[in-house]
Design a protein around this ligand. Structure first.
Ligand code: C5P
Length: 210
């Protein structure tokens, strides 16, 4: 069983995907962390995120098991990730890892939940269940801002909203694997839903599609 969860930045995909994976005992892969890790390696090497040769090298050398979750969860790395993610060779370099995770979930788990931007459209078009999770830019920026504030950041909510809009635009308008619901995806708008309510709504969709 493969569950594909796509949607824009800070729509609540990660929280939802993790809850669903826990509930069913499935393995979970945050594919955004792969692009973030590539971007982080590029920046750490002193290169610009738009440097395609540096990004491709980082993508080929990526060791998903060695990703430092703390280092990659910054606004700067999120932006840089959306720049490296627009490069087709970078996407190609990490495609096999994602597909293999979905088809052979680690630990012999009976299923996998992957979240990202192109899971239902490109990585796992054959996924049994696809969710496209959205929320208004304002709601998403507010959630991301709270998260950043709680981890000690002094960034303003206005700046986070600007970053969310910028990243949405880049992810939606890129030529390769743009952010887009698969034709057979179930839409879930979490703007007015608590985490618990979003989880319940997702479970109802999954159960109805089984
Ligand atoms: O999900 P997250 O916000 O961590 O992803 C960071 C960036 O990685 C996104 O803005 C997007 O450009 C890219 N990404 C992607 N395809 C995925 C997952 C993430 O292009 N499947």
């Amino acid at each position: 069983m493969i569950i594909a969860i796509d949607g824009p930045a800070a729509a609540g995909k990660g929280t939802l995907a993790r809850q669903i994976a826990d509930h069913f005992g499935y393995a979970y892969l945050d594919t955004g962390s792969l692009y973030r890790a590539v971007a982080h390696a590029v920046v750490k090497a002193g290169k610009e995120p738009g440097d395609e040769a540096a990004a491709l090298k980082a993508a080929k050398e990526l060791d998903p098991a060695a990703i430092d979750p703390k280092a990659i969860r910054t606004g700067e790395i999120g932006q840089a990730a959306s720049i490296v993610a627009a490069m087709q060779p970078v996407r190609d370099a990490i495609l096999a890892f994602q597909r293999n995770f979905a088809e052979n979930p680690p630990g012999g788990a009976p299923g996998a939940v992957l979240d990202g931007r192109d899971i239902g459209t490109v990585v796992c078009p054959e996924a049994e269940l696809k969710l496209f999770v959205t929320a208004s830019p304002e709601v998403r920026a507010h959630r991301r801002w709270l998260e950043l504030k709680n981890s000690g950041s002094k960034v303003s909510e206005t700046q986070v909203l600007e970053e969310v809009r910028e990243r949405d635009k880049r992810d939606r308008e890129r030529a390769h694997s743009p952010l887009l619901p698969a034709a057979d995806a179930h839409l879930l708008d979490t703007s007015d839903l608590s985490i618990e309510a979003a989880f319940k709504a997702a479970l109802a969709i999954i159960e109805s599609g089984r």
